[in-house]
Design a protein around this ligand. Sequence first.
Ligand code: ADP
Ligand code: MN
Length: 255
Amino acid sequence: SKDIRKLDTDVDKMRIRRKDSEDLKVKENVFDETTLKALYDLARKGVIESLGGSISTGKEANVFLAEGKDKNVALKIYRISSSTFNSMDEYISGDPRFSNIRHKKKDIIYAWTKKEYRNLMRARECGIATPRPIDTHKNILAMEFIGEGDKPYPLLKEVKINEQSAQMIFDTIIHYLEILYNEAKLVHGDLSEYNILLNPSTLEPYLIDMGQSVTLEHPSANDFLKRDIRNLARHFKKYGIQPDEEELLRIITEK
Ligand code: ADP
Ligand code: MN
């Protein structure tokens, strides 16, 4: 439609790179009309000035590099039409009886995006190293880019470290979990070597991906924490670190 064409021009004005066709394919998938509009709003607000390449394509979200005023920004874009819903969408769109189902689905995604923003904010305010959340708009979370130049820091999973460094990193993460629990009153809920970035020079860990993090009142908070601890213990075992998981749970929760 005409609207889409106008948005396309707007996005062009944002100097979206089109050199990488693979990249473009990802973008076509992600950038439905709502997302294009939301991106444009963020550009108009000055949160981003141009869009860079794709950093990650996950189950529910894509992460892109973007340029902010004088710094890189990471954009986590939750997909509005994802997997299972995609095939239904064909039948639902255009049928007025389903218009509020469609709205509900969007509302849930927007709420989820805001939740991740707030969780990151809460964790950071308590001194935990996470990306600083910059803005949230519809299905897009803009946050500090954690990396060097245009290259994101590697995942904990990807780095080769010695046993001594591993112990240091492990201790820092456990310390963060203590703060997260006792001060931010949150449980990460999806902690593993896949959701921790590592500054390769200082070996400082950053906790990321906090959309699913829950407050302590959540009925499954303690089970999530146990699982987070189990994942960590499993990963660090190969460095000769063999923590007593029960004891870790006590250390974290009985402050
Ligand atoms: P998902 O829900 O898809 O797992 P994540 O929040 O874990 O989403 O992000 C996916 C990937 O994107 C991460 O593994 C990391 O490589 C990259 N990433 C996420 N946030 C940032 C950030 N703030 N800075 C740099 N890279 C990031
Ligand atoms: Mn993740």
